[in-house]
Design a protein around this ligand. Structure first.
Ligand SMILES: Nc1ncnc2c1ncn2[C@@H]1O[C@H](COP(=O)(O)OP(=O)(O)O)[C@@H](O)[C@H]1O
Ligand SMILES: [Mg+2]
Length: 222
């Protein structure tokens, strides 16, 4: 599903170039449940941004389900991203004035799905993450764990090939964090491919493979 060859990423914004990824070789099969660990600054978010087609590598090859990502232009990249990737972020990134329901609908609106189908699909998704009775609640009326479940429902809306989560439990207490991992595990059992960046050993031990990064290199789990 994912195949990376000698991926490098150099940020050259300030006075000095930062080599955030220094040659990543990685394969991920369909229906894996993986965690990515590593110290702060080791390149985890950079790697995830490239995997999710939010950013492109400076050099190297990246194949996502046969797509040669490094050859795509920004429009094609956005299309692949919308089709194939569901993102979950530490800060949830929900629309603050929209209900749970409306947040989940957003990717379906972009896709041009009809109102009736959107309603049905959003309802199913929120039910799947255990929030059937919270559909009309706004983020401020939800707990952190519930907000993260809304964002997971939204990530699932386009039936992505892969779900990428960057520190999804970083802003949650340990009980809600555990519930989020339970949910990822359920989704994995239903056939989803899930990659989670985490600092938390309790979370990474629940995944089926741990990839360790250090200084922009994979040091374990490739
Ligand atoms: N947009 C950026 N511009 C310049 N440097 C960046 C940028 N994003 C990340 N970096 C640098 O790249 C390195 C890896 O960062 P990052 O991928 O965010 O690591 P992690 O997620 O493991 O903490 C760090 O040295 C960071 O400062
Ligand atoms: Mg990071």
């Amino acid at each position: 599903m994912i195949h990376m060859k000698a991926i490098k990423k150099i940020y050259s914004t300030g006075k000095v170039d930062v080599e955030a990824l220094r040659g990543i070789d990685l394969k991920v099969e369909k229906n894996e449940f993986i965690s990515i660990m590593g110290p702060s600054g080791s390149g985890k978010s950079t790697l995830m941004n490239i995997m999710g087609c939010l950013d492109t590598p400076t050099s190297g090859e990246y194949y996502l389900e046969q797509e040669e990502v490094q050859t795509l232009n920004p429009n094609q990249l956005a299309e692949i991203r919308n089709q194939k990737v569901g993102f979950v972020f530490q800060n949830f990134n929900l629309l603050p004035y929209a209900t749970a329901f409306e947040n989940v609908e957003v990717p379906l609106i972009f896709k041009g799905v009809s109102l009736r189908k959107r309603r049905k699909r959003s309802e199913e998704l929120l039910e799947r993450v255990g929030l059937k009775d919270r559909m009309d609640h706004k983020p401020t009326e939800l707990s952190g764990g519930e907000m993260q479940r809304v964002s997971i429902a939204r990530a699932l809306a386009n039936e992505p090939s892969i779900i990428l989560a960057d520190e999804p439990t970083g802003n949650l207490d340990s009980v809600s964090g555990k519930e989020i991992v339970d949910l990822f595990e359920d989704l994995w059992k239903q056939g989803h491919t899930i990659i989670v960046i985490t600092h938390d050993q309790e979370i990474s031990t629940r995944t089926k493979r741990i990839i360790k990064l250090r200084d922009g290199m994979v040091v374990d789990g490739a």
